[in-house]
Design a protein around this ligand. Sequence first.
Ligand SMILES: [Zn+2]
Length: 1010
Amino acid sequence: MTANSRCSVAEPPGLETQRREIECLLRESELQAGDSWYVVDRRWFEQWKEFVESGDQNSSSFPGQIDNTELFEDLDSYHLKERLVENEDFMLVPAAAWHKLLQWYGMVDGQPALERKVVDLPSTLKVEVYPVEIFLCLHSNMENVTSAQFSRTDSICAIQTAMCQAFSVPPGSECRLWMKSSDSSCERLRNVQVSVLDACLSSGMTVIMETRNADGTWPSSRPQIMRNSAEEPDSYRGQPGVCGLTNLGNTCFMNSALQCLSNTPPLTEYFLRSSYLDELNFTNPLGMKGEIAEAYADIIKQMWSGRHYSVVPRVFKTKVGHFASQFLGYQQHDSQELLSFLLDGLHEDLNRVKNKEYIELRDADGRPDQEVAEEAWRNHRRRNDSVIVDTFHGLFKSTLVCPECHKVSVTFDPFCYLSVPLPVSKERVMEVFFVSLDPHAKPVQHRVVVPKAGRVSDLCAALSDMTNVPPTQMVVADVFNHRFYKIYNPEESLSCILDRDDIFVYELSQQDEDSVLLALYLRERSHYRDFGSSSNSYGTTLFGHPLLLNVPRSSCSQEALYGLFLQRLARYVRPPDPAEELEEEEEEEEEDEEEELYKTQTNGISDDERNVSKTAGPSEPEPCCSNASPNGPTDGPAPDPAPSGPIAAAGDPPPGVNHGLDSLDQGDTEVGNGSLNPTAGNPDGLSAGGDLGADGEADGNAELPGEAAQHHRETTEEENEEDKQEEARSPSPPANDCPAKRRACRKRRRSLFTIQAVNSNGTTERGMGEGGSAVSFSSQPYVAIDWDPDMKKRFYNENEAERYVKHGSMEVPQQQTTVQLQQCIELFTTVETLEEENPWYCPVCKKHQLATKKLDLWSLPEVLIIHLKRFSYTKFTREKLDTIVDFPLRDLDFSDFLLRKGVSPEEPPSRYDLIAVSNHYGGLRDGHYTSYAQNKDNGQWYYFDDSKVTYASQDQIVTHAAYVLFYHRQDKIRKPTLPAPSISSASASQPANDITEAGAAPSCGSMETD
Ligand SMILES: [Zn+2]
């Protein structure tokens, strides 16, 4: 009865055992170089977790086969999508855990396992989710390019070996390798012993191999090809500092930060006049032995030489990666984080203090601010003295007050940049689709405003205002891959819903005690037989949009459901006209088939499926079909009204396996527990489709026979086999089936589709495991209607099904909020109460307290960096704020914000002018960084976008993308030494670092042959 066709999938242990075993492996496995880990889709993994935590083998959260579809770019190459994020898009599991999961659940056919190696990178062990993908070609035939993946720890030698193999280079040939980056610059890979990482090879780059000519020369004997090397022969003389930075693969965050720093005059001048050479600190344990400072100096000197259109910051990137593994680069990073790291690294590398003395910090103890501040600054300078401190460090005062004993603690702390908050709206705009009850109405896309910390019920209420549909008649669901990824409970927090989720809100008919919330999926049968698959008795593919509908219990019969679904789908499912049906019926040959179709039509939801418990699942399922409706139309004996069925008590454990079946066997329409209403309306006495059947084997045979077959049904192995061979039709009735019924069948309509009970994944299979064969629904009833491809083609209008309309709310442009930079600075200095995660230890109370905290600015540096906290992570939301912050380009006056006022006339003024901006475009996870900066020599603003530099005008600078602002104090600003370049309107959009005007050699990087 429980025969399974799964060949590779082992009977998994109990859910608790599964959970324990996997959790234990995840907890105890450590990264070890060379070990294999596996990438698993996070949604699948979460679903698995939900499943094992549900403790119910039959839970509708059964995850099905491991499915990494969402991680792939496409299903031909099985290339991973770019920029997937660990724990957001995928999980990494150790090999042992993977093999268990694979054994228990199998894997969607054809998908490769995503095995990845742990690599030993400088200062870190990492699972190399994205190996480096490099294009390979021979110098003699650059048209013939192949690609290959290498680990960052592979040596260049390994690439050479792979190339010799790929291109059948005769053994013993003398080779040399060149690497070509996206900007076409070429560089020789001289040292084949270094790793891919150290050579700065990254995905998308090309390695070209040449072999020595017979005459002893090399095919590429011209040095010009190394455009970015020191040998660059032409000496392009552009404006120093107006120089692009090549993107080395997701390095725009670094380029953006570097351009801002490069255009910070005091720092750049310090490096250009080589002052750093005297101050390199090779012994500072907190520093990088001077390497970061030297690499930075190299970049700055190149950028300000006027000889380059663009510089490849390869060495610099590698150095940064060496010292801060988070920047090694799989994903996009934060330019502000890099800036913070870099300023710290430069500071320690250039710290003039060689031996840091220990300084005990004294509490303010009520002493005057001036005294405490001076002491704090003095102490800071005793340990920290560098060009970075000279240029960027300021001092702020922090005041903590204990809410209990009112102890006041005052400290003065140095800062290198100000992170100012943006006013966060307490509201959130959501875009959702509303699906009306009216079957002829197209879904309507609405834009609603809801409280950010609200609940799903708030979304319904907002939508109710627009639709006049009461919120109680709405159900909110996340639709994903043609199925319900999640059906929300009204009490659930809206923070569960991400902006990228596809949210559908379904209008339900008036609910009463006797209705059932039914989730309806559409599936198409595969033509091919699917013996190999372990999941279904026949292959199906979900399509279209799922629906949620309230079904009166009295309409739970197969026939009634069929009619109801036809009605509900009327907008895009054409009912067959009688002629079509007749035609088919008259063909004798098809009698059998009709018989099948008829019977499948009468198939239904298993008895167990009606055993709906309120406890499981996120939705709030109505008890489904628990008792026959008293007013349901009945022909036969009245249904047993006694709630003796397995669903009597919601939340009870699933009832005995055969409970339902037994009772079904007892009589015709008097189906004891959980019975659906026996169908009436079948005058010839055939209670066709009366009951949703009582199957429930774990073999995927949830397609149940109609009542006629039920009485005679003997489920045997053979029958199951037959079952499959018939491609999903219900088991044939035994031969002794009543001939009268046969005749009756022939007169019935041929149905467009059959109705199947499924799990929430839309697969027929539901839970399996040590529990054995019993299957019962313990949450939402899900059904699928299955279409044969030809029927779908004829009766299902795909174009119509996909149509929707936009509500007026979609037309209203989303209002862009603008705030003044000064407001953000005010917020920075506003009193806040510490959060519970981060309390303060009160020395008087001797315990942690949620103190109030206030920050005040005490003294400001020459160059003030202001970081706008656009990435907001709160308890409720993770979002990027696109608010426009209006910041002044000139005369940003801090005198009102400074605590210290007019102490002495020598005090520097507190007015600042803007010199650079780092921009971030895009969302939380992806995006692009650029920068605006003013050249110190000619006063002109430029827009730096990786290797591209264009002229910028001042009115372009304030945008919603501005992320980090650089301000220079007016008393330190020196007048430009050069006139601003004259920019015609035509050249405004021209690259400012363009080479065409200069008439220099084109940047073509293709290697030239003699
Ligand atoms: Zn206290």
